[in-house]
Design a protein around this ligand. Sequence first.
Ligand SMILES: Cc1cc2nc3c(=O)[nH]c(=O)nc-3n(C[C@H](O)[C@H](O)[C@H](O)COP(=O)(O)OP(=O)(O)OC[C@H]3O[C@@H](n4cnc5c(N)ncnc54)[C@H](O)[C@@H]3O)c2cc1C
Length: 276
Amino acid sequence: METTITTVVTGVEQVSPGFVRVRVTAPDTWVTTGAADEFIHVEVGAENMDAGDGHSSRHYSVSKVLSDGFEMEIALHGHGPGALWGQQVRPGDAVDVSEPKAYYAPPSAAHRRVLVGDATALPAIARILAEANPDERFSVVIELASLVDKRELPSAAEVSVEWRLGGNGYAPSVLCSELRSLLPGLRDADCEPYVWVACEAAESRRIRQSLRKEAGLPMASMRLVGYWHGDHDRIMSVWNSLSDEQLAYAQSIWREDRTDEENWVEYEPFLRSLGV
Ligand SMILES: Cc1cc2nc3c(=O)[nH]c(=O)nc-3n(C[C@H](O)[C@H](O)[C@H](O)COP(=O)(O)OP(=O)(O)OC[C@H]3O[C@@H](n4cnc5c(N)ncnc54)[C@H](O)[C@@H]3O)c2cc1C
């Protein structure tokens, strides 16, 4: 974590069988970005740092900003220190978090928005919809391991939500094919849709290729984020075996003067050349 801000848990509640909501109070040094998919690192005390890309913390979305802190929602996916932390955290616990960062930034012209994600994206999607304006139109696809975790998604905007069963480490994901089938009907004559995707990393890469090649969507109209790795151990073993030259190349690709989507143009073929 770059910065550490200590919060205190004030409430823990079961949202649905697969989700726990954790409410914390935060000091004034924790300041929201205002973006609806903002996320933080949460210190969950992971001992196996390999599993979290070398960190003992895990990423969680800020599902609601409160006057004295914020809430987050942990998917209880059954493995890993983050999911375990979500089951064990109790009111009164001190929790170290980072300052928030965010990805969701639709161009103001794009009133048509598409949100696609698995269970880990549900907290961010719920907040994006809760904070949307009445002139926005959303098509949403959410994939869950079990439909018992479906919930109401209140919004002032016009919203259509499709719930799908699959992915989430239990079954092949249908998100890429669902998004492809949505796209032909989404293009208004006068504005591109803005597409935001958050799910398992390999699936997010498949969707990126499809949006670029088949839908021809410009990079500024999409934001795709891999929220977790299904083949984590293999990726880590490939990554740990890279030569200094390969590591330096990887770092040189990810440039600050380009957007992340622009960086992915070079990053995707590099990852493929490594076999991941
Ligand atoms: C920007 C961002 C925002 C996120 N917001 C949220 C959020 O609001 N709520 C939330 O629950 N998660 C969220 N995530 C995803 C979460 O950070 C990952 O799922 C993380 O890997 C969980 O850590 P862990 O310690 O439980 O598992 P890890 O230690 O990372 O992994 C252990 C094992 O569990 C598997 N695994 C990890 N995550 C999942 C999963 N979701 N489903 C099935 N298997 C899994 C891995 O493949 C690995 O085999 C977000 C991620 C990012 C990048």
